[in-house]
Ligand binder design. Sequence first.
Ligand SMILES: *Cc1c(COP(=O)(O)O)cnc(C)c1O
Length: 640
Amino acid sequence: MKDACIDFAAPYGMTQWCDGLLTVDPSGAVALCQTEEPSAPPVSLPQIVDALNQRGISAPILLRVQPFLDRSLKRLHAAFAAAFAEVGYQGVYRGVFPIKVNQQAEVIGRLVEVGRSSHYGLEVGSKPELMIALAQSLSDEGLLICNGAKDEAFIRLALLSRKAGFNTIIVIESLREFDIIRRVSTSLGIRPLLGVRVKLTERVGGKWQASSGDRSAFGLGALDLVTLMEELKATAFLDCLVLQHTHLGSQVPDIIDIRRATAEACRFYAELTAMGAPLTHIDLGGGLGVDYTGGRCSDGNSVNYTVQEYCTNIAETLRYAMDAAGLAHPVLVTESGRYVVAHSSIFIFDVLETTLYDSPDKPTALADDHHLLSDLLAVEGYINGTRMQEAFNDAVYYRDELRALFRRGQIGLAQMARAEQSFLYLNACFKKATELDGPRGSVHPQAGPFVDYYHGNFSLFQSLPDVWAIDQLHPMMPIQRLNEPPDRQAVFSDITCDSDGKIDRFVLAEGIGDALPVHRLRDDETYHIGVFFIGAYQETLGDLHNLFGDAPVVTISLDGEGGFTIEHETEGDSIAEVLSYFEYDPSACLDAFRRTVEQAVAKGRLSTAERRMMIAAYKDSLSGNTYFNPASPIASQPPR
Ligand SMILES: *Cc1c(COP(=O)(O)O)cnc(C)c1O
């Protein structure tokens, strides 16, 4: 049984990309593993969804798995510790979490709590993020790194925060910014801890290649750096410069780029030190990638290194460079956001319906069929190896001719419907004839026209914005019935009325595919699809296209005995909330609707009972969520 499940799950390549976090249980369900406690039984994802349904929370759901979050953070620290020990690096590691990657209070709170013992800090890139950071209780040694464009208010707050015990470092992003820092610092009489953001010349690969190196929008190049150093000296602020910052871009796919960039950062560090800067910290920013495809290769959705390699490469490069320059090993800071949070979130949606492009139902030939329809039906007779393509060409030709006849009024709707049905039936025959062996078990790779549409209860724009915007690939698969062979191939459309709202590229064991193996829907069950590793960036970039709001978010911990505990629950946006984002006042909307309905009552077009029902339906919807709710009761029946 177990083997069958693994076999039927094989096409999804889960074992390659899941990083040990998922398995398939004997009932064919995807289950969450507790990697830190290998003896703990895995927790079935469909059972979690069921349990949430019983509590009134239905898909789409964003599920946050707390132990997965903890694991990534601990792994990062453990990997640097191991790397430092291995290469003999004398400095310490002080990671910071870049808040922009996931600003949710719950995530930040958890990272701060779990990270405290390793002096984990925070990185902010805006004033609101600074406010978040200042509301956290970091360890005494945790850093607070301030990047981004900073106005006076930002800098004032950052400077004052040092008095409250924060190790706030203001990273100078431009020459102009230094003028503001100097002014505010002098007027407050508080000396800053300063960093400087250095623009490297090395370019990195991946999705953000074009804005790396020279074309990076941030930081100071050699020319500006020299000017800044002169200004720092002239204004007696040079003794404040303790940190050098660089950020390569996100999801850097190639470890060689990381090494080269680190080496260049070290060169700057050595030069700035030689010019008199009392640097003690080197900050290498983000860039540590996630292997979304499990491909272990340097394309945009994968990485060709492990977290341990990343840490070891950096530690080794730093050690050589610092030793060569005769410098003490600095405190290493990195700002890995994606790696720390990506794995912890899973998005689960239900499939509402399907559009299939084949059918097992064969229309019977009728005496008065148009001859082209008879020809179309006759194609079945020669669907075989050598004549396959001919048969397919003929089928398309006859169908299209029949469509043309319909447009010209030469055949009626009934004949047209029989033509479409015949074509769907032939598609099923083609599919059967081209079927591949093995667990993938279905379609010829060139079978594009046969691929189904599965209509999902989610908004791509709200929940998976990077899939839409930058062709990000997130692994996805059905979370149930993996003890049965998936017998269909599908692409997914979302619930927005936007033809862009679709997913048609998938992570598969064989590489990137344009259809996902799925099961035929059953009437008696809800079919759920899981989209994995969406903890980084997705929640905040999402938008309200078609006014679909936030899905509910549920954070769980695993109890080590195959069960789970709900740690936290955030309801999704209600329709009233979404309306108010756009400055509609929900109660004013309700009033306006009431007046319209009342006028209809006055004119005798509605009964008072119908009026009551309509108002109740409007009110129910305002407080309900924005997604398709299969369980929603038909608004109260009119009282008799
Ligand atoms: C976005 C960003 C990060 C996070 O990068 P990841 O690749 O997600 O780790 C870190 N530092 C800065 C300055 C950033 O802008």
